[in-house]
Design a protein around this ligand. Structure first.
Ligand SMILES: [Zn+2]
Length: 333
């Protein structure tokens, strides 16, 4: 990237021609490439500016939380690609230099440099955040493993609840090996069995549907790209969406009434920062959604996790491939 800068500074027209080898380095093609990169980048930034209120509107209007999570993942992917595209296309094709035909040469160079700087800051900030959260999560998980040994004489096991002998109500899940659902005796003292079972299903949903992974990605994006509303607000957006998703999962199995009782009773219950507690997210919105949505409750009423995860991965991969492919192909020399 650095070698392109002085090159462009020598002579804008020369630099432009060097970007487009071949018999017809004409302006049409050059302008087309420039337009494409600018449109992709501007479009991505616009998505990053406008999508948070639209996602919130979807939550309030009762759009399925799983659908909104997939939408969020795709919007974030498109935005990140749009930010990186000027730098990537500059490195691969030198397309940024082609801006010299229509604009001052330094505009294209500046665009590529800003893009490159944003990518480097995102990688450092996001990586630092993920490393810190991973260390903290491992410490908290290790403490719960020690607790399990002390309380039960055995290692914690996947699929079994770790019951804490405290009078305060606690309910949260922790990812790790094995993934843990933690509850306290105080929970059983203040809630009926149906509500406790609904909480268990809610926490199981967090683990089965990879919600901890969503939060980790959202926090990394927020730390790395804090200047864009979509990424900056992603932790709050995603936390709300995964709570709604886990609520829907539990309500489809147990009905909405036990879960409503649990949320109302435990809305201020504390939980470790790296866990997903039953009290996470806005209790008011969650209660409203549970009241407004009809859940066809069957014992296997929850949607399968595998198709949901596969659908998410497939849509993100396809949108990333399309955006990156279209952006780069459009400025191929
Ligand atoms: Zn939760």
């Amino acid at each position: 990237m650095a070698s392109r800068v002085p090159l462009a500074g020598v002579n804008a027209r020369t630099a432009s021609l060097r970007c487009h080898h071949g018999p017809h380095p004409g302006n049409d093609r050059t302008v087309s490439a420039v337009t494409s990169v600018v449109v992709w980048t501007a479009g991505g930034l616009l998505i990053g500016l406008l999508s948070p209120p639209l996602l919130r509107l979807g939550m309030r209007r009762g759009v399925d939380a799983g659908v909104l999570l997939i939408t969020w993942a795709n919007l974030v992917s498109l935005t990140v690609i749009a930010i990186a595209l000027p730098a990537v296309s500059g490195l691969i094709h030198g397309c940024w230099l082609a801006l010299g035909v229509e604009m001052p040469w330094w505009v294209g160079v500046l665009m590529g440099l800003l893009s490159g700087a944003a990518v480097v800051i995102a990688i450092i900030g996001g990586g630092w955040q993920i490393a810190g959260v991973t260390r903290h999560r491992r410490r908290v998980h290790a403490r719960h493993t020690e607790l399990a040994w002390l309380l039960t004489g055995t290692a914690p096991q996947a699929g079994r609840v770790l019951w804490l002998p405290t009078s305060e109500p606690h309910a949260y899940s922790l990812t790790g090996s094995p993934p843990l659902v933690v509850m306290s005796r105080g929970l059983r003292d203040c809630l009926d069995q149906a509500a406790v079972r609904a909480i268990r299903s809610h926490e199981d949903a967090h683990l089965q549907r990879r919600h901890h992974w969503f939060i980790a990605v959202a926090q990394a994006l927020s730390a790395g790209i804090a200047w864009l509303p979509l990424t900056r607000q992603s932790p709050a957006l995603v936390r709300m969406l995964i709570e709604l998703d886990a609520d829907a999962h539990a309500a489809r199995i147990h009905g909405h009434r036990p879960l409503r009782r649990a949320i109302q009773t435990l809305r201020y219950a504390p939980a470790p920062a790296v866990s997903l507690g039953i009290a996470s997210g806005s209790a008011q919105l969650r209660l409203e959604r549970l009241s407004a949505t009809s859940f066809s409750g069957t014992s296997h009423g929850s949607r399968s996790v595998v198709p949901g995860t596969a659908l998410l991965a497939a849509t993100v991969i396809v949108s990333v491939a399309l955006a990156l492919g279209a952006g780069l192909a459009s400025c191929a020399p």
